[in-house]
Design a protein around this ligand. Structure first.
Ligand SMILES: CC(C)(COP(=O)(O)OP(=O)(O)OC[C@H]1O[C@@H](n2cnc3c(N)ncnc32)[C@H](O)[C@@H]1OP(=O)(O)O)[C@@H](O)C(=O)NCCC(=O)NCCS
Length: 375
């Protein structure tokens, strides 16, 4: 266990991805690009796009409820709900507050966490601290994003990368051996403007001018981000392992942030770690920011890549530039994944909007709706 206090274990996991698929062939019809370019530079083949009625809160709630079911808990057993996201439903109230209502929890504290693509790992670390100190017993940590709503589908440098999804984990106090072994979090503001969303905050409130300039879309310096990502992921991983008293040969599976397969391969190369022990699903989902690590974790456990006793390394980086790594020993029975199967969007209730509902679906993708409807 890391630090003093009680042991902290992952007892539940779950994810949700929207049904609409946006392929590289689809993007070829929208911007000057090719499937060959996207696959060779990123490893991404397709990504999911949230439907008109889906938001970060609605997807987060399904993933969260699945994780609670896998843990064998009821929603009211959760003491704290943390949602890592850069695409909250609103600047306020928090998405976590909406999720609390949607899953039917009556007693948890709930808050959002802004650490971009490292949001889930930062949330895990926060949950660990609450549990180890005795302030909470069961914490629901969610990473959820609707990146399609802040993606410029005319910018080929970014629109090929991102997708929508949610992933979740329940962390619980337990005295059995294993669980969290080491945590490292870093923030390097030198890269603060490598990936950013300029307008809509206090520095540049949304106006007709910011809208016309497209400043409500994500902007990115791709190659600078790429270099910093490989370096930071490596150093953060090693520090978390050092705190856990582990070496790289002790690690059974690395579950990295799924931004780009070349970044993941660069990390493995820099650590001299075999790619066979690195989990990759970026090909199907693209970069889903804070959702990416818990989505990959749930898929790795559900598909039999994780066994009880395995030592895992979760590692992420994102805007800020933030980075975080968690070394842990897995103790839950992977077969419990099946408990999530019966839970779907119909099992969560989402607070009705106060204002008249506005269809937030990206106009650039209206055609995708028609195709999904079979039209
Ligand atoms: C975005 C990224 C895939 C671009 O790959 P790259 O190998 O760095 O490519 P470059 O940016 O150097 O661009 C090379 C060329 O391809 C072009 N290009 C960019 N996007 C393209 C696309 N989708 N299709 C075709 N060509 C493209 C560029 O315009 C450039 O052309 P030029 O040489 O004529 O100027 C890569 O930099 C990356 O993944 N960076 C990290 C991004 C990331 O992970 N962000 C999230 C962090 S959480």
């Amino acid at each position: 266990m890391t630090g003093s206090g009680r042991g902290v274990h992952v007892t539940g996991w779950g994810s949700y991805v929207p049904s609409q698929v946006l392929t590289n062939a689809d993007l070829e019809t929208m911007v000057e690009t090719s499937d060959e370019w996207i696959v060779s530079r990123t490893g991404i083949c397709e990504r999911r796009i949230a439907g008109p009625g889906e938001t970060t809160a609605s997807m987060a709630a399904v993933a969260g409820l699945r994780a609670i079911a896998v843990a064998g808990l009821k929603p009211d057993d959760i003491d704290l709900i943390l949602v890592g996201t850069l695409t909250p439903d609103y600047p306020m109230p928090s998405t976590a507050a909406l999720v609390k209502d949607a899953i039917g929890n009556k007693r948890a504290a709930a808050m959002d966490l802004a650490a971009a693509c490292s949001g889930f790992v930062y949330g895990y670390a926060t949950a660990h601290a609450y549990i180890a100190s005795g302030m909470a017993t069961n914490v629901l940590v969610i990473g959820a994003e609707t990146l399609s709503r802040c993606t410029d589908f005319t910018d080929r440098g970014t629109c090929i990368l991102f997708g929508d999804a949610a992933g979740a984990a329940v962390l619980s106090a337990s005295d059995e051996p294993g669980g969290t072994l080491g945590i490292e979090l870093t923030t390097e503001p030198a890269g603060a403007y490598y990936i950013w969303l300029p307008a809509g905050g206090a520095a540049r409130p949304a106006t007709n001018a910011t809208l016309a300039a497209g400043e409500h879309y994500m902007k990115m310096k791709g190659s600078e981000t790429f270099r910093m990502a490989v370096r930071t992921l490596g150093s953060t991983s090693l520090k978390a392992l050092e705190k856990a008293g582990l070496g790289l040969p002790d690690v059974d599976l690395v579950i990295p942030h799924q931004a780009n397969v070349r970044i993941i391969e660069g990390l493995a190369r820099s650590l001299d770690f075999p790619m066979e022990r690195v989990f990759v699903n970026v090909d199907h989902y693209g970069n889903t920011s804070a959702a990416s690590v818990p989505l990959a974790l749930a898929e790795a456990v559900g598909s039999g890549r994780v066994k009880q006793g395995d030592r895992l390394l979760l590692v992420a980086f994102g805007a800020g530039l933030t980075s975080g790594a968690i070394a842990l020993q897995w103790t839950a029975d992977p077969a419990l994944s099946a408990r999530a199967e019966s839970i779907g969007p119909g099992d969560v209730s989402v607070l009705p909007g106060y204002l008249e509902p506005v269809n937030p679906f990206p106009p650039a993708l209206e055609w995708l709706l028609k195709r999904s409807a079979g039209g």
